[in-house]
Design a protein around this ligand. Sequence first.
Ligand code: ZN
Length: 327
Amino acid sequence: MNLDLLEKLTQTFGPSGYEDAIRDVIRQEVAPLVDEVRVDPLGSLVAYRKGTGGGQKIALAAHMDEIGVMATYVEEQGYVRFTSIGGLRPLNCVGSRVRFANGVVGVVSMERRDDVNSMPALQHLYIDVGATSREDCPVAVGDPGQFIGPLVRQGNRLVSKTMDDRVGCYVLIEALRQLKETPHEVYAIFSTQEEIGLAGARTSAFRVDPDMAISIDVTGTGDTPKAHPMAVELGKGPAIKVKDGGMIAHPLVRDKLVAAAQEAGLPYQMEILLGGSTDAAAMQLVRAGVPSGCVSIPCRFIHSPSEMVDAADVENAITLLVTALRV
Ligand SMILES: [Zn+2]
């Protein structure tokens, strides 16, 4: 496993709408692996690989944006109030650190609250960036920030901020590296603004006009204490989506992925995710409709600064994708 690449991908700045730095990292990696690279008007990077003929036009999407914070107001004492970029749980924020685009680091904390029995909301939180007044605060209203969370490997488990969805970007890059020949016209979309409404994949898929679309993203697991019952477990193989909160995977795509997993002889799981969705939900609705599905990487603690995946699941997701694209 190329841990250096995964580290670079997970750590690079790129909250939704501010993906320039992460796009540069990905462009450097994929440019030598494809025939053409372009950037769409909303910032998605589209890497095109020619097929040998007789195949379909297949769009693959992994989103390169990440959840984060955006400064909304600076208090007189210099504390920064913020709103969320993407789905943020206040409990996951308290005690964490954030880094703004200009490099300033802050600690997220919570006001003293008399009612300790109710859940805190984002409006109860603030960021301490070391300022003592509004005037000397190095963060301005509108500044976006990312969470801090280094990549750590412990046995087969990998923990980092932004596995969602930089591990999907990693899978897509490595699949392009391993894919020697394919009959299909492959369009690898590294999409923007997934976390706030699937904007990049929707617009890039419209331009590609594919016959089939597959997103590569993380999914939840049911294997933690008192988790929602869910058949997906960490380390039991990549998951093939049947349904999530935003779509039903097209049976043609689902079955193609199942056949590929069986052909490659790798473990896989069928995924039904009750809430949340992926770029595939947007791609299936462009133009006259696109049969779409998803290769999911099981992930614990999604949308926290410490998202956990299993290295074998990641490797098997790459093999699954490459096998599916060969026929
Ligand atoms: Zn995601």
